[in-house]
Design a protein around this ligand. Structure first.
Ligand code: F6R
Length: 632
């Protein structure tokens, strides 16, 4: 939600650099617009920029409702003047509708100060009343304009933008990242963060700010992570960090381990298609470097004492959406391997229901973005109760890992499409690594058993590739079903969360009513939904498993077919039995039962993407959704 970019530098645009001439407007504008483009995936409904430069009395700004292209057209029609510092914003409306007026930046101090904001300021009503009593008038309905006016007042009192920002941050309640530029300080951008993301990019003679590193990775990979409740001031040659009381503070340096190309479409029609194709690599990269020469799993970044991990008597996985389904899959594996009870709970439900958590509870927080507010709040709650928290996160420099006891990064690379795909596979992979590590540590599995299972996981990357290569049949089927208005998904055991994930993908991308059910639950109610021609996807377990899962699911297929369902079945190569009961079969390679979700979900992702595309919908940015949900 909301993309934020800040830039200060004294170099000219690409192609004009190295001249030693004074700063031009091109570089600041190029950086902020490019950054906003790369942050588009966060979801937004309006965009804007503000620039300041030497010799100018006011901040120049432009903002438009709708896509970035509207803003660019506005700037082309009315060019902005030369500048040395700039801020840019993509807004996802919370207070006030998505209009030109409500778009950021918001100006104050007679147009000299420009402010952009991500988050929600909860006490904005009372602050606004106070400012209005003092004679301030407002142009918009937003909480952000209140922050801008407050910052202007503090600046007039303090005469220093950094001190004014700290004072403003102290007065605000809620969640916020704020960035500001002022005409009085044409080479400075000041930012503050409280429960909302902000990362610093460190350049040569220029510096950057962004909601995440995608905002500036095209220019620098050197970055600084800010802690909670910090103010940062960037100029071309310096970065200064303080806390909200104005005391000097430190950020934590890190290097981004992917480059800008990874955040581009690379010849695919959509980011989602590209990210589906990235999945074999995401699985392989997440497994890299996790074992020593003898094959033992070594998790150097898991900074939790081994004795604590040995004493864990319950695991609670907290996450939202797709990440929660990855947690559901992991529950089957971790319980099976480690014999520790595992609960999986939506983070927002966990947070507000007085869960039973103590020092022997290990909480596993799964999040692609590392910024999901619901998950962050649940992490804090769990730690307050004494639990240790391990974060499984994809985004370096994000908040959830910093606020957890330990982190296991997934190495899926940047996920840009709003609908999660490769992060899901990487999350399952990382949770499995954690499960195998605990089994190794607690002696539930012999080293050779752990090594064997780890090898099976390694093999999954190649098998995922095979499923992707078979994607055209799935696409053709999806195209033929673009008129479907209701689709059901069934699965048992680890196939159940896969069914729920398949339904979620279809809902969010194609806006079709879709439900995922545990196949065994069918006859307890949902089978009433099945009538002639009703499409039902069924995830079929391996026929080679040691249990009766396969035959049970085949019976379920027969039950729905007898009621006229059109059965679309995901089954393992060579499963002749299922062939007799299926209208369509999407074949996947043979795999151990617990690892099958890594394969079975892929046709469901491709199906949802192809069906949405056939309906002419934007698969990268479905309506009403934001990539990073940074409000509760
Ligand atoms: C669905 C999807 C969402 C996210 C959820 C959690 O395709 O992307 O359901 O999985 O919002 O996001 P993260 O993983 O960033 O915490």
């Amino acid at each position: 939600m909301c993309g934020i970019v800040g830039y200060t530098g004294s170099v000219r645009a690409e192609g004009q650099g190295g001249t030693g001439l004074p700063a031009s407007s091109e570089r600041p504008l190029e950086v902020v617009l490019g950054g906003l483009k790369r942050l588009e995936y966060r979801g937004y409904d309006s965009a804007g920029v503000a620039l300041v430069g030497p010799g100018r009395d006011t901040a120049a700004s432009a903002k438009k409702a709708g896509k970035l292209a509207n803003l660019v057209a506005e700037i082309e029609a009315t060019p902005l003047p030369a500048a040395t510092a700039a801020v840019g914003h993509t807004r996802w409306a919370t207070h006030g509708g998505p209009t030109d007026v409500n778009a950021h930046p918001h100006l104050a101090d007679d147009g000299r100060l420009a402010v952009i904001h991500n988050g929600i300021i909860e006490n904005y009503g009372e602050l606004r009343e106070g400012l209005e009593r003092d004679g301030v008038s407002f142009l918009s309905d937003t909480d952000t304009e209140v922050a801008a006016q407050l910052l202007a007042r503090e600046y007039r009192a303090a005469g220093d933008l950094t001190a004014a920002m700290a004072a403003t941050a102290r007065a605000l309640e809620g969640t916020f990242t704020l960035l500001a530029v002022h005409a009085d300080a044409p080479e400075t951008v000041v930012g503050a963060r409280h429960d909302s993301p902000l990362v610093v990019g460190l350049g040569e003679g220029e510096n950057f700010l962004g909601s995440d590193v995608a905002a500036f990775v095209a220019y620098t990979k050197e970055a600084l992570e800010l802690a909670q409740d910090q103010v940062v001031t960037i100029t071309p040659g310096a970065v200064a960090v303080t806390d909200f009381a104005g005391r000097p503070a430190e950020g934590k340096r890190f290097t981004v381990d992917w480059d800008a190309a990874a955040a581009e479409k690379g010849g695919f029609d959509s980011f989602m298609d590209k990210e589906i194709h990235d999945q074999p690599q995401a699985v392989a990269d997440t497994l890299l470097g996790r074992t020593d020469a003898s094959g033992r799993i070594v998790l150097d970044d898991l900074r939790i004492d081994e004795s604590v991990l040995r004493s864990v008597d319950k695991i609670i996985v907290i996450a939202c959406g797709t990440a929660a389904y990855a947690g559901h899959v992991a529950k089957y594996a971790i319980e099976h391997w480690c014999r520790i009870p595992v609960e999986v709970e939506l983070a927002h439900e966990f947070r507000y229901r007085d869960p039973i958590v103590d020092e022997r509870t290990l909480v596993v927080a799964i999040s692609q973005s590392g910024e999901t507010m619901d998950t962050l709040m649940a992490v804090r709650h769990a730690r307050e109760q004494g639990a240790k928290v391990v974060a499984i996160v994809n985004t370096n420099g994000s908040t959830i890992p910093r606020e957890s006891d330990a982190v296991l990064y997934t190495h899926a690379g940047p996920e840009i499409a709003v609908a999660s795909t490769k992060a899901f596979l990487a999350q399952i992979t990382a949770a499995y690594i954690l499960g195998l590590y605990l089994a190794q540590l607690r002696g539930n599995k012999f080293p050779d058993e752990v090594a064997l299972l780890f090898d099976e996981l390694r093999n999954m990357s190649r098998k995922v590739q095979t499923v992707i290569e078979r994607g055209e049949y799935v696409r053709a089927t999806a195209r033929s079903m673009s008129a479907a208005d209701k689709v059901l998904f069934l699965g048992r055991h680890v196939g159940y969360p896969v069914a729920m994930e398949g339904a979620l993908k279809l809902k969010e991308l194609a806006y079709i009513h879709a439900e995922g059910f545990a196949a065994g639950e069918l006859k307890h109610g949902p089978i009433a939904l099945v009538d002639a021609g009703q499409p039902v996807f069924v995830v079929v377990p391996s026929p080679h498993g040691r249990d009766q899962l396969h035959s049970k699911v085949v019976s379920n297929i027969q039950e729905i077919r007898a009621r006229g369902a059109r059965t679309l079945v995901i089954a393992e190569d060579g499963d002749d039995e299922v062939l007799k009961h299926a209208d369509e079969v999407f074949w996947i390679p043979r795999a151990p039962t617990l690892m099958q979700p890594l394969l079975a979900v892929v046709p469901l992702q491709i199906f949802a993407m192809a069906l949405a595309t056939a309906k002419g919908l934007d698969v990268d940015q479905p309506r009403n959704l934001a990539k990073s949900v940074t409000v509760e």
